[in-house]
Design a protein around this ligand. Structure first.
Ligand code: GRF
Length: 188
């Protein structure tokens, strides 16, 4: 059985989608969801989905090896960042080489880097009158949004699309492609 560990900071609609995608899969299981926000909606979703969920604080993530040791003990085949907003510490990247993936709601290298998350990205895309945007699934290294790209998918933006409309289009792309890409990575 391949084991996925998910990280999320917010709503967790991608988490829910990934959990549902692998629900009846006898080869892949979502072992746990980790969150850095004790009031994140993802925790409610995990409760409903009956998926193990754990909250952690900065001390466990950055100042000690607490979370690292827990993760090592879980022996994940893949760590998936699905709307997770904290920078991944170097020790974690080094402990899980090519085993951490992130989804970014734009076509990297455009609209990446610190502060570029959620609606900030879509507002910037709209402000620049972009005609297309998309998603980037990539490996995680020590720098925000800079690891090797695994897959990008595009969507067109109509002139009348608001930033919210763009966000919706992006979520649709994420739901369609992210679980499949995770599946492919797990199976080499
Ligand atoms: C997604 O758009 C993802 O690309 C970004 O954060 C958003 C998370 O949405 N990194 P949700 O929490 O999965 O609903």
């Amino acid at each position: 059985m391949k084991r996925i560990v998910l990280f999320a900071s917010g709503s967790g609609s991608n988490v829910e989608n990934i959990v549902q995608y692998f629900q009846d899969n006898s080869e892949v299981t979502v072992a746990a969801v980790f969150t850095n926000k004790s009031d994140a909606k993802v925790l409610d979703r995990c409760k409903t989905l009956k998926i193990s969920a754990l909250y952690f604080n900065r001390t466990s993530f950055y100042d000690t090896d607490c979370l690292l040791d827990i993760l090592k003990g879980m022996k994940p085949d893949l760590i998936v960042l699905a709307g997770f907003l904290w920078k991944i510490p170097e020790k974690l990247v080094q402990s899980f080489p090519n085993k951490i993936v992130n989804i970014h709601p734009a076509l990297l290298p455009k609209y990446g880097g610190k502060g570029m998350y959620g609606m900030n990205v879509h507002n910037a895309v709209k402000a620049n009158n972009e005609q297309e945007t998309g998603i980037t699934i990539h490996f995680v290294n020590e720098n925000y949004d800079e690891g090797a790209i695994i897959k990008q998918e595009k969507t067109q933006i109509a002139p009348e699309d608001s930033a919210d409309d763009i966000a919706k289009k992006i979520h649709e792309l994420e739901y369609k492609h992210f679980p499949k890409v995770i599946d492919q990575i797990l199976h080499g």
